[in-house]
Design a binder for this molecule. Structure first.
Ligand code: IMP
Ligand code: MG
Length: 189
């Protein structure tokens, strides 16, 4: 390997014929995740919250967020789907895997990768009532606020982002791109 490497001025990735450019780098994401973890740690002092990761997109954020928490906590997963293989929501939320944990009387924190139209989060909040948690809060790494058509309760938000499709750090385009450690945004140029 040569000693000098050329760092491109703008890092881009190509996925399924589309070009995406670097939007949030690893350090920026890590710093924000640490802040959110600290805030949740303060707010839940003396409690043992259970984090519910919404699969698939939230797995990477959830893993980092849990490591940023310095209070006892638990985790479980809920698999929901609304996107299929496209870049726009299908408009319908499907439950692909139920929550196994008993959430009755628990302090539940829903962990999402991104809130777009708000449909998925609305589905989550509506269905959470059936579980009778002691308290319910939501955290999303990304919020496409200009695309959100339904007003939903968001307690912790990582980044408010432009209304463009993003990939990386758990987020996919047709199931690919989740492995990227950074977040990339669709090149609109
Ligand atoms: P909503 O129901 O329209 O708010 O969409 C929420 C879900 O769609 C998220 O949990 C993601 O899984 C997916 N999603 C929304 N926007 C994007 C994106 O830009 N990239 C990848 N997945 C997205
Ligand atoms: Mg999701």
């Amino acid at each position: 390997m040569s000693e000098t490497s050329v760092i491109p001025a703008e890092k881009t990735v190509n996925l399924r014929g589309e070009s995406f450019r670097l939007y949030l780098d690893e350090e920026t994401i890590a710093a924000r995740v640490a802040e959110i973890g600290a805030a949740i740690g303060r707010d839940y002092q003396g409690k043992v919250p259970i984090l519910i990761g919404v699969l698939n997109g939230s797995f990477m954020f959830l893993a980092d967020l849990m490591r940023a928490l310095d209070i006892p906590c638990e985790v479980d997963f809920w698999k929901l789907s609304s996107y299929g293989a496209e870049k726009v929501t299908s408009g319908q939320v499907h439950e692909l895997k139920k929550i196994d944990a008993d959430l009755e009387g628990r302090h539940v924190i829903i962990v999402e990768d991104i809130v777009d139209t708000g449909l998925t989060m609305q589905y989550i909040l509506d269905h959470m009532r059936e579980y009778n948690p002691a308290s319910l809060r939501t955290v999303t790494l990304l919020h496409k606020y200009e695309a959100t058509r339904i007003e939903v309760q968001l307690d912790y938000v990582g980044f408010r982002i432009k209304n463009l499709f993003v990939i990386g750090y758990g987020l996919d385009y047709g199931q690919q791109g989740r492995n990227l450690p950074e977040i990339y945004i669709l090149d609109d140029k």
